[in-house]
Design a protein around this ligand. Structure first.
Ligand code: NAP
Ligand code: SF4
Length: 675
């Protein structure tokens, strides 16, 4: 069969071993690495990805010892007895004909516990603990620890290790002046600052022999002040090649960097140029990364550049069969990662097991099972939003007869609105995914169907996923022509003027502020799709002449005057995702959006929005007032049917507060799995 992705699916020969295609499942902490009792789950999670034909897997970070821990009781590999649990993982992956490397991660000053160490004892801005300054003896001990862990990984059956040298972790902390102020052999000159990395690589290679993969994740762009310059990065890459590294993977941005690198707002393939820049300087295979989420994008990168592999972590969480579907030219069946971070990284940062918003089975492969039904039922799903789509798909793939009724003319519900927010276009992928699944599993899709209760009596099961509607505010002047509800604005039923006040600063209030503050003048470059424009806006030096690749940011000012308001006192956007909230807050601030907390709303009239704040009355003289004050459930159909037939209420229709797609999709899948 002619394949659409010849470069993506081409094997990569490393001399002593061959990787079957160019997809690296990049390292991502799932939380399953931390407990011995979870290794069977971890093994199943990876084995599924190996069965899905991914070329090479890298585990989440495993610490070489407890000082290197990410957090207390994190996974570490220091003793021989610990290899037993890893063997479960490597056996499962090998049985599935896959290959797997273990990442060795020493967090240094980024560890969230009191035993942390760092080259100069300087506290990081993102952890509350002050690290111990490493003595020369400590440095030696930690190098030996890396080597010991690599040997144990080899004994456990891994095909190799990835040495984590980027993202601001310990090795990276040695490399740059910002965190390495030492005057001994491990600091000062660049040669000395790279010594820690070089010793680890050289001694690891000597210990594991030549037929074992060593990937080095090299921070090619630190995005912090006093970070490496490009000349320094190249110098280190050459040394790493000489010392026996098999593959160099690209690291972009320290965790403390204040530039988005993987969020939805980052253009696809936004950092490929960095890896490309390295190509002329080394011969060994190079991996590029960040915001590559479809086989088309990956293929384009591999075709247009001499880069050897692409790393994808979250896309493989979202769909374990990503590569297999590409092999079969069925890319439209891929459940695409939308870059939201809501169920993966946000969970990890809250010490919860990672999963995926669009695939709640990820990391729960042994907990939630989707089994073919033994008794086929006729099921009606009412509502084609995230909850309804997820439920209909799961029911149909199990073999039930499913009819999905949607009152509007398209699928997607709230996702249709979200996908119209700049930088969230990837949400359309989820709708496309469900559409193809409905065709594949013969879901009878009925759009423009406002179904009546009496039409549902013949169904064995009725699933009500009728979603939400915007909360109607009881406010003097709410009917004024200045007032626009957020969905009217997104659907372009109404247009906003030159000045607006947004009532409500939840996820949607922020989204609306982002939409309205975007510079859409004719010649404005699209910062959400064009890597150059993105780098220009966020102050990334594409020459990487400046230390850390940082130059002055150039955020375009909002073309409108915007006030974003909430009743609560305190910082706006507190409820936004841990790993993305800061980006939204920062972007709006740079665009000049004014945020006001502790407001009470008095009335809306020709003058604008009248509020009281800090016991002072004021009028925001705006053209429009946009209502983003949350939602209420639409569940009348359920109330009418619940006592008459088997009926289930899910998604926002069940609970609108804190409505989010993560809960809606999970609820849909789990109900679909059990009916
Ligand atoms: P939300 O997050 O619950 O926010 C609603 C906002 O309206 C709050 O700021 C609330 O703040 C205000 N509000 C509530 N009742 C009000 C009333 N009676 N009068 C005036 N203001 C009122 O809801 P949302 O913004 O509609 O978002 C819905 C869900 O979508 C979120 O929970 C989120 O999970 C998801 N989402 C997330 C993102 C993201 O993370 N970027 C983006 C879009 C949507 P005060 O009570 O302080 O005024
Ligand atoms: Fe991607 Fe969001 Fe799933 Fe994470 S939770 S893998 S970002 S879709």
């Amino acid at each position: 069969m002619n394949n659409n992705y010849p470069n993506l699916l081409k094997p990569l020969d490393l001399g002593f071993t061959t990787i079957k295609n160019r997809v690296l499942m990049g390292s991502m902490h799932t939380g399953l690495e931390d407990r011995a009792k979870h290794y069977q789950k971890l093994a199943t999670y990876f084995a599924k990805r190996a069965e899905g034909q991914v070329g090479l897997i890298v585990t989440g970070g495993i610490a070489p010892n407890i000082r290197a821990w990410t957090a207390p009781l994190g996974g570490f590999l220091k003793y021989k007895f610990q290899t037993k649990r890893h063997k479960i993982v490597t056996d499962a992956v090998h049985q599935a004909d896959g290959k797997i490397c273990m990442q060795i991660l020493h967090t240094g000053r980024y560890g969230y516990h009191p035993f942390i160490v760092s080259p100069s004892g300087i506290k990081s801005p993102i952890t509350p603990f002050k690290p111990k300054l490493m003595t020369v003896n400590d440095v030696e001990k930690q190098i030996k620890s890396f080597v010991n862990t690599a040997q144990l990984a080899q004994a456990a059956g891994y095909d190799g290790v990835e040495i984590m040298g980027s993202e601001g972790y310990l090795i990276n902390q040695f490399l740059v002046k910002k965190t390495n102020k030492r005057k001994d052999n491990w600091g000062d000159s660049y040669d000395n600052r790279t010594r820690f990395a070089k010793e680890i690589v050289e001694r690891t290679r000597a210990a594991v022999g030549k037929d074992f993969i060593i990937i080095f994740r090299l921070s090619m762009l630190d995005l912090v002040s006093q970070g490496s310059t490009w000349d320094e990065v190249v110098q280190l890459a050459k040394e790493l090649e000489r010392l026996g590294v098999s593959i160099i993977n690209t690291g972009i941005g320290w965790h403390e960097a204040r530039i988005p690198t993987i969020a939805t707002c980052v253009p696809n393939g936004a950092f490929t140029w960095v890896t490309e820049k390295m190509r002329p300087h080394v011969e060994l295979p190079l991996i590029t990364t960040n915001r590559i989420n479809t086989p088309e994008i990956a293929e384009e990168i591999l075709t247009k550049t001499d880069i050897d592999m692409v790393s994808m972590a979250r896309p493989l969480l979202a769909d374990e069969n990503f590569v297999k579907k590409a092999q079969q030219n069925k890319a439209d069946e891929i459940n695409t990662c939308i870059g939201c971070n809501q169920a993966c990284l946000d969970h990890v940062f809250k010490n919860k097991r990672a999963t995926c918003l669009v695939n709640p089975l990820a990391c729960y492969e042994t907990d939630y099972l989707i089994k073919a039904t033994t008794y086929v039922k006729s099921c009606a799903v009412i509502g084609g939003g995230p909850a309804g789509m997820a439920c209909a798909k799961t029911l149909a793939e199990r073999g039930h007869n499913v009819t999905l009724f949607e009152a509007s003319n398209k699928l997607g519900g709230q996702f249709n609105l979200a996908a119209n927010i700049p930088g969230k276009e990837d949400f359309f992928h989820t709708i496309r995914y469900f559409k193809t699944q409905f065709e594949k599993h013969n879901v009878n899709l009925q759009l423009n169907r406002n179904i009546k209760p009496e039409e549902l009596s013949a169904f064995d099961e009725v699933i009500i996923a009728t979603g939400v509607k915007p909360r109607e505010l009881q406010l003097d002047g709410i009917g004024h022509e200045k007032v626009i509800v957020y969905n009217e604005l997104i659907r372009k039923n109404k247009l906003a003027g030159k000045s607006v006040a947004i009532i409500g600063a939840g996820g949607i209030g922020f989204d609306i502020a982002e939409l309205l503050s975007e510079d859409t003048s004719n010649n404005a470059p699209d910062v959400y799709t064009d890597p150059k424009a993105f780098c220009h806006e966020w102050g990334i030096d594409m020459e990487i002449k400046a230390e850390g690749g940082l130059i002055k940011a150039n955020h375009a000012k909002s073309p409108r005057e915007i006030f974003l308001l909430q009743r609560k006192t305190g910082k706006l956007g507190k409820g936004l995702g841990k790993t993305t909230g800061w980006i939204h807050r920062m972007a709006l601030k740079k665009r000049g959006v004014k945020t006001l907390a502790g407001c009470s709303y008095n009335k809306i009239d020709d003058q604008g929005l009248h509020i009281t704040r800090k016991e002072q009355d004021e009028v925001l003289a705006v053209d429009n007032v946009i209502i983003c004050a949350g939602q209420v459930s639409v569940n009348a159909l359920y109330e009418e049917l619940k006592d008459k037939q088997s009926c289930h209420l899910i998604g926002g229709a069940e609970f609108a507060g804190e409505l989010d797609a993560k809960r809606a999709i999970k609820q849909g899948v789990l109900l679909g799995a059990k009916l």
